[in-house]
Design a protein around this ligand. Sequence first.
Ligand SMILES: [Zn+2]
Length: 340
Amino acid sequence: MDFSKVEKIKEQAARDILEAKTTSSLKEIFNRYLGKKGIVAKQFFYLKKMPQPKRSEFGKQLNELKKSIEKRIKEKSRIIEGKDSREKRKIHKIDVSIPSKKPQLGHIHPLTKIIRETQDAFVGMGFSVEEGPEIETEHYNFSSLNFPVDHPSRDAHDTFYLKKDTILRTHTSPVQVRYMEKHNPPFRIIVPGRVFRHEATDSSHEIQFYQLEGLMVGKDISLANLKGVLEEAIKRVFGKKTVFRWRPGYFPFVEPGVEIDIACPICGGKGCSTCKNTGWIEVLGAGMVHPNVFKAAGYNPKNWQGFAFGFGIDRLAMIKYRISDIRMFYLSDMRFLSQF
Ligand SMILES: [Zn+2]
């Protein structure tokens, strides 16, 4: 055993350590040189067989070799770990020069848009906006509006009953009676609001939807006033060239009752799936206030005349924005909403 062997081991170890790039390769180097069966351990094995004084000299050299390899590994280990954490820092570093993501702005819901548009149309004609409760009594929702006790829409299939006599309103019309109880004519009001129906949902039915109700009462309000006001309001939503068709209709709280169609704005009256090939779309129900409704509100029907009307906000929005499924309005799906 010569002393140059120790130098060679030292040099080789130094080179290996220098080339090591990871903690695991460094561990492998440690085992290869300083492990129990490693290169340095082998030299200690030879040491035992050496005669003195060579033995103590060689022993000293081996101890130094061992220490120097340990020291180098420790140093390299610090370098590798430092580099690792520097790289980790690099990943988590915030680059302030990167342009920020733009916050997503909210949209006006299509129903809100239509409510505002129709509201503006009526307010422009002197109507004021009123509100009423969504939880109603049977009295305000049906009886005061001249619905016979056995009327089919009182049936539990259409109405959500909360408890006896208390329901979720099925239309905005009860607000008419509530308003009349507290105010004297003449007046003109509109009532936008949410209503509820207990029925199966499909592309044109929801358990909740919006209505806009209107009421105009005075000494000599006539069907001609009704026609003028409603056609003007609808034209403001669907355009000046809108074509109307008036048909008789039945609603318990008006007499006579009318239903108003417009020429289908999608096919222009030629016939398409939206208008079921008829060329017409029903948009509104209306009529002259029934004397029984005036009576229920405490008015003398001989002194006052008025008209009432109501339409589905959702339906109007579906026609105007060409939406084929009413349920889309209530899904809060940004892909849908951001189109408006
Ligand atoms: Zn059509």
